[in-house]
Design a protein around this ligand. Structure first.
Ligand code: MN
Ligand code: MN
Length: 481
């Protein structure tokens, strides 16, 4: 075989490994940048799970989605609704576009999460030390503690006062707002204290305290007058007292807006892209899904970063409850057996990010199977730790279906493995949805600096993720499965 023939064979036999931009025309490249702009707006408006949930619901209502709980409270339901949503306890959302087929024939679900790692205020946060007012935090999710030192932080959250009234706060995002920060040790004095220590020992969770003020109230005969200074201001502004922090959820998150990254503006840098990148893209995909065959559902869970626990996490009964109500609204039997059939016949993309191979840390990846930034949406067959422990491990059949669906729809895709074997690992909501019997595949973009205050995503990947999700919603499903 000569060189030309061999090259020809190579084209036939080798798997394509092309950046997404090489698979896109001029129009699509432009569309990717336009979508990137809406995505940045979403990131700025949705820095916490509550903000994300409410933003998603507001957008859905704009698009004509109806609150399922309002419908269920009506005495008679005149006609079958086409588009419904549920906001559950301000933190979990489901959106559905009803299909032409019965629900029990199976639905198409895309499940993402809208919580991100951060610093939560403790329930007794305010104290003073050396003339400085501070607030104690307890970190949430997997953070590298040093990422949170010496950067401007904003406070977002809700406070339930003694009278039950809820106050929402956002401080540190408007240009004129003050910000907060956790201090770091100067290099001049870090030597003896930190040298030779393991990174896990150098940074102490109890030292992630926010600086929140330095002016006292009253003269020096008043004890704790610096703490009093801050509480006085908070009382003036919000009418809250110290005990109100007991019933508050206030999150310190990196202050500032999402930005374009690179001379060519081809990337987006922002906090919270894990996993609001999938929340945003699945939302957009669903909004553009009109009269599908299979009912199209987007789920947005809280608590993924701490193991999908609680009544807002993927381990809860949220999906079953929602589907039972959908069956009822769709005038199908809503009994347990039909609900089980609906779940078993459904197919699901667990929409979460993967770790793109980092040019500076290639050694933690296995390059034949690691995803790359800008190479399209990843099909991640398995996640987990060690011998795939804790992983959903999607079936070859379901992988085959999604692969051919994406090929048919010209979606740039790649495979993704989260790091080298035994390097570490992680999980997603996939396994909690798979327990219902449905096929589930982890499928989302790969990003750099995951779980940092400034995660980086490629605009073409955002676009291909949206396009892939849209193709899934608009397909009639895996016939072979
Ligand atoms: Mn995630
Ligand atoms: Mn995560």
């Amino acid at each position: 075989m000569n060189k030309t023939q061999a090259e020809k064979q190579k084209k036939v036999l080798f798997k394509k490994n092309q950046p997404a931009c090489d698979q896109m025309g001029k129009q699509e490249k432009k569309a990717a940048f336009t979508l990137g702009d809406s995505y940045k707006d979403f990131l700025d408006a949705a820095k916490t799970e509550r903000e994300a949930a409410n933003k998603i619901v507001a957008q859905a209502m704009d698009k004509g989605f109806v609150d399922i709980d309002k419908l269920l409270n009506k005495k008679t339901i005149k006609s079958k609704p086409q588009k419904v949503f549920r906001l559950f306890k301000d933190k979990t959302v489901a959106l559905a576009v009803l299909g032409s087929q019965k629900l029990s024939a199976g639905t198409h679900i895309i499940a993402s999460h809208i919580d991100s790692p951060r610093l939560d205020l403790k329930q007794n946060p305010v104290y003073e030390d050396l003339g400085i007012s501070l607030m104690k935090t307890h970190y949430y999710g997997g953070i590298r503690k040093y990422h949170w030192l010496s950067i401007p932080l904003a406070l977002h959250g809700s406070i339930i006062k003694a009278n039950g009234k809820k106050i929402d706060i956002t401080i540190g995002e408007a240009p004129e707002d003050p910000v907060f920060t956790v201090t770091d040790l100067l290099p001049h004095l870090a030597g003896k204290l930190q040298e030779g220590k393991k990174i896990s020992e150098v940074f102490d969770g109890e030292k992630l305290n926010l600086i929140v003020g330095s002016l006292p109230l009253g003269n020096d005969s008043v004890k704790e007058r610096f703490k009093l200074g801050v509480l006085h201001l908070l009382h003036d502004q919000y009418g809250i007292i110290e005990e109100d922090f007991i019933s508050a959820e206030i999150e310190a998150v990196p202050a500032g807006k999402a930005r374009d990254v690179g001379f060519d503006r081809s990337m987006i840098g922002s906090y919270g892209q894990d996993d609001r990148i999938c929340a945003f893209t699945s939302c957009q995909a669903l909004f553009e899904t009109q009269s599908p065959e299979k009912t199209a559902i987007a789920l947005f869970f809280d608590k993924e970063e701490i193991g999908s626990e609680g009544n807002n996490g993927a381990k809860s009964n949220f999906l079953e409850n929602f589907l039972a109500d959908l069956l009822f609204l769709n005038k199908e039997p809503a009994d347990n057996r039909n609900l089980r059939q609906t779940l078993i016949n459904s197919q699901c993309l667990s929409a979460d990010v993967n770790a793109a191979m980092d040019p500076d840390f290639k050694e933690v990846h296995e390059k034949s199977n690691a995803p790359k930034l800008g190479f399209g949406i990843c099909l991640t067959k398995f996640t987990g730790v060690g011998g795939k422990s804790g992983s959903n491990d999607a079936s070859a059949e379901f992988m085959g279906y999604i692969r051919s669906l994406f090929n048919r729809n010209k979606i740039a895709w790649q495979t993704g493995e989260l790091g080298k074997i035994d390097q570490g690992g992680g999980g997603t909501v996939a396994k909690f949805l798979a327990q219902f019997g449905m096929d589930v595949l982890d499928c989302g973009p790969a990003i750099l600096s995951m779980h940092s205050p400034f995660e980086v995503a490629g605009k073409t990947d955002v676009y291909m993720t949206y396009k892939g999700y849209k193709a899934f919603y608009n397909d009639q499903g895996n016939q072979a499965g």
